[in-house]
Design a protein around this ligand. Sequence first.
Ligand code: URA
Length: 480
Amino acid sequence: MSAGHPALASDVAGSYTVELPAPDDFDFWRDRARVLLQCDVPPDQVVWIEPGAGGDLFAVTARSLPVPQDPHRTVRASKRFLTLAKNVALHSDADRFALLYRLLWRHRSNPRIMEDRADPDVRRAEELDKAVRRDSHKMHAFVRFRLLDEGGEEHYVAWFEPEHHIVRANAGFFMRRFANMRWSILTPKGCLHWDGVTMREGPPASRSDAPDGDPVEDLWRSYYASIFNPARLKVGAMLKEMPKRYWKNMPEASLIPALVAGAQARESRMVEAGALEFEEKPDTLEGVSKAIHGCRKCPIGLLENTAVMGEGPREAMLMIVGEQPGDQEDQSGRPFVGPAGQLLDFHLQKAGIDRSQAYVTNAVKHFKYTPRGRRRIHQSPAAKEIDTCRWWLESERALVRPKLILAMGASAARALLGKTVSIARVRGQPQMLEDGSELWITAHPSYLLRLDGPARDAQTGMFDADLHAVRERLRELEGV
Ligand code: URA
């Protein structure tokens, strides 16, 4: 008995060809690889072809693949392999799918093959994975939009030349980062079009389809000049991160020689000036949200992350301020949804405080981390970064006008007071802020999560007591 697998055929000599519908179709490869393995087809009998790459070379007599005797037979692959394989599939190397199938096949005799870093196949897969991650990083960092006016509607268009098939895989990143803009990213490997609601994919484009210089270039230039930190200038590292081949699409690249030359002078001016300048504060919370998504006033905004806006009623009596979004908050775009958020929810409920009636936000709006492998490790914001981000917290305060602010942890306390204080010393003693609101300070729930044993019990007791006191005070204020 035979079953039709349209893109799976066998030639007379016993080799199979698998034609992929798209060069980045990992799911298709995985499905076909599973069938081939269940049919015990060794790697040297399979030819993997990308769309358009076949030609006469691979012309075969089409013959369907027999249905595996046991279609439920498990095909084993390590987690590491699967994580790597998804990236490797995006590489432009023509042999990548064959390499992946070979590795999958070799899992049968050696389930721990991926741990053998000396194995040439494993090493090659790691190289390809690294190249793809680097290409994605470049795309995140170097896409530059030009502004088109389409009958009064703004449309931002960017041209980018990826080395690998990474465009579709990175659609989500740009969708989150530029959620409120109408934009297109044109590339020779396919295009993305976002209208604020729906993402569409388009066929490959050429450089001439993309607009050239326009006013946005000036914006990028002034933006780059403002974030360029002469104190951290390392020319070698900069050139490595921003290879010259990307410069032609980057309006700010023309500034680099002059900025480098003037770095010393600018550094001393920055040290003297101290603070950064901002324009006017937005007059709606939507305006704040839009502005923080574009904020690059400190290095945290330059990491791969998405700003997280505060959430809650516009006229909340209680504002709760944490430190900064964590990994889960960054991904979901909402404050306090990860482990610290769950602990906070539990204790708020215990104290009788309704979170849905509070405005919950953070001192710093972007997630600061250091990458470690695939993980992003939380890093505390520096005092300077908290001070820079104060502008946004103050914008939220001016609009929500809470009567009581609960600052959790030292970063939040600094954001409200403009100076560093010891939590142990100030907790339980409300202070009046200049706008008449009351500031209460307590520990951060993440601090409780890091403790155990009697220390955790003691701190949890104090946290509960602080929340209880806040609840009581809110009741009093409700009557005012
Ligand atoms: N920690 C914070 O301070 N804020 C969040 O939103 C999440 C964790």
